[in-house]
Design a protein around this ligand. Sequence first.
Ligand SMILES: [Zn+2]
Length: 146
Amino acid sequence: MTSIANQIPIAEGLFTWPSNDPRLLGSKCNNCGVVTFPAQAGCPACCGEDTANIEMERRGTLWTWTIQGFLPNRPPYDGPETAETFKPFAVGYIELPNQVRVQSRIKCDDLDQLKIGMEMDLVVEKYVERDGKDIIAYFFEPAGQR
Ligand SMILES: [Zn+2]
């Protein structure tokens, strides 16, 4: 584990960091209650401009997913793999209770264990190293995997 000073979030405002209990940061409309992720100043449902930033639930359920079976074009893809080290990975939507579905890369050693509706937990950790810094991103993984 490298020091916090050497860790940079992949984007500002996506999640609380540094934190021992990181949360995704969304927004909730004070007019109609719609939740968005990432946070937005305006509501996409009622066009209201009265939103409040909220910390999202860290446990949700797998709504659906697919397997990325080949190394995506780079750019825009900036993952750590090479053609030699690439392994298929899952990407999907995690439904956060009473909030919103969040698109996420899914960390799972055994892709055959993924099931619609299974509980998934947020993890925030190193995604790739760039210029000697660890770029920190969010993922979801099957609950209780670690
Ligand atoms: Zn609204």
